[in-house]
Design a protein. Structure first.
Length: 508
């Protein structure tokens, strides 16, 4: 045992000495950052493990007044329009870093769209399925979303009769999970019926980000950690195995059913089955499994977080809530909003509400769902930024929280001000749009962003139109936790039905 401790001590000493040597000989040794971040990934690991790195990241750039900050040996957080254009522009040769390995199965033959580092394969796959996620496909998905909006509104009506507060963040997870089930398979999972975590699915999917985020910082340990933790209940790798099995079971069930391939309103899996039957080599069984699994993992938390943020900032800013409500009430009165089945709001109707659009945009600026840098590897030849030359192999990345809170681009960035997007200064709005990245940027922009937009656009007008919300606790600032997704914790609110005389008058 004593000998083993000596060996470990020698190895750690050697690695520390090597890190010091690399730092002292690096052309980037003058880049500002925490002292220990220059020699070990432990500083970054510890800060991410604490669960608030989006705040740490913003503070680092503000503290050092620098567009580039070091967070680990050879890892640099960047911000500014030049960095974003260079790193994430369409056609960029900056590949995803090894950090994304923590999000994939250790088997090299198994891959999914989000963590895939193979740029050619990713491009081919995204092109193959892009039409299923396009704006034009929203028409076929809208009835599925509508079912869940109606059921969610019914649940809130029931809660309004009780004086007990509800965890709004959790119920929005139920909504998002049921929507993605409807869109993917044509049937809800059933979370909205009683708010129960059916088959432990919410907990299983929720356990993935913490494991993947931390394992990605030390990706060389991921295969061993995955093997060990996959046998543990509640672990991230165990959660990933759960989602894999869940997707396989659902696909098998869906394939056994008689599917009408002529339906105009069809779920994602029906589209996949049609494509598979037309060309089994182009759309394989693995493609169906991989995309269905990705839908659940990527399409559940992000949308629930964004919806929570919208409600939270509206509650915190009564002026904005009132202004949005006036826009919605006016649309109801003139007949341009609602009026369909269950007085639902169509996606097209929501697009005619300009203030609603900027409220959604501003909420996602202030609280983007992801809260870590989007790590990329500098390609051959390196690149220059802020007077620095980054050699090939350097890991660089921008965090949407840092770009969205840049005071040089967003005036009073800590203020929830949707009107900033209606500014008449086109150059100012253009500069903000260039730094706006709630769904990522470039070729790796989230493929499901239009589906998330559809869910928000249909639900928020109904909630604002039909309900009042108030905080259920004296402290009106929520608590969040960041393991890639910046999730609210115990977002408790009181719900009450609004006085809807204005709608009754309209219907009469």
């Amino acid at each position: 045992m004593h000998l083993w401790l000596q060996v470990v001590g020698v190895v750690l000493t050697f690695r520390l000495a090597l890190s010091i040597y690399h730092h002292l000989t690096s052309t980037l040794r003058h880049v500002p950052g925490p002292f220990w971040a220059r020699f070990s990934r432990l500083w970054y690991f510890h800060r991410v493990w604490r669960g608030h790195f989006e705040q740490d990241n913003v503070s680092l750039h503000n503290k050092y007044h620098s567009a580039v900050v070091q967070v680990a040996p050879n890892w640099y957080s960047c911000t500014g329009p030049e960095a974003l254009k260079e790193i994430y522009a369409p056609g960029s040769k900056f590949t995803k870093s090894d950090w994304y390995d923590g999000w994939k199965h250790p088997d090299p033959d198994q891959w999914t769209l989000f963590p895939d580092k193979n740029m050619k394969r990713h491009g081919e796959t995204k092109k193959r399925f892009a039409a299923m996620y396009s704006l034009s496909s929203l028409v076929s998905y809208e009835p599925f979303v509508e079912r869940c909006v109606t059921l969610f509104a019914n649940r809130l009506s029931e809660f309004s009769e009780s004086k007990n507060g509800i965890d709004m963040g959790y119920w929005l997870q139920c909504y998002a999970f049921d929507v993605i089930g409807c869109i993917t398979y044509g049937e809800r999972f059933g979370f909205l019926d009683a708010g129960e975590d059916i088959e432990n699915a919410i907990n299983a999917v929720g356990s993935i980000p913490e494991y993947s985020t931390l394992a990605g910082i030390y990706p060389e340990w991921h295969p061993l950690l995955y093997k060990i933790t996959s046998r543990l209940g509640g672990s991230g790798s165990g959660g990933r195995n759960f989602v894999r099995q869940f997707a396989q079971t659902r696909i098998a069930k869906h394939k056994q059913q008689k599917v009408d391939l002529e339906l105009s309103q069809e779920p994602f899996m029906t589209k996949m089955i049609r494509a598979h039957r037309e060309d089994p080599e182009k759309v394989t069984d693995y493609h169906m499994f991989m995309m269905a699994q990705s839908n659940v993992i990527a399409g559940f938390d992000t949308t629930a977080i964004s919806l929570s943020a919208i409600i939270y900032f509206l509650m915190k800013n009564p002026r904005v809530m009132q202004k949005l409500r006036c826009e919605i009430d006016a649309a109801v009165q003139n007949g341009s909003l609602g009026g369909g089945r269950d007085n639902a709001v169509t996606f097209q109707q929501s697009q005619s509400l300009p203030y609603l659009q900027v409220v959604l945009k501003e909420a996602l600026r202030m609280h983007p769902a992801t809260g870590l840098p989007l790590w990329r590897v500098v390609p051959k030849g390196g690149f220059d930024l802020d007077g620095l030359h980054f050699p090939a192999g350097t890991v660089v990345g921008a965090n949407s929280w840092v770009t969205h809170y840049d005071p040089e681009v967003f005036e009073n960035p800590n203020e929830f001000m949707p009107e900033r997007w209606l500014d008449q200064d086109e150059d100012k709005v253009k500069a903000m749009n260039e730094m706006y990245m709630p769904f990522g940027l470039g070729s790796r922009t989230c493929i499901g962003r239009h589906i998330s937009t559809l869910e928000m656009a249909k639900l928020i007008p109904v909630l604002v139109r039909d309900f009042d919300f108030s905080f259920a606790t004296a402290d009106q600032d929520w608590e969040t936790e960041n393991y890639w997704f910046v999730k609210p914790k115990n977002f408790r609110v009181h719900v009450s039905r609004r006085n809807t005389n204005v709608y009754e008058e309209k219907r009469m």
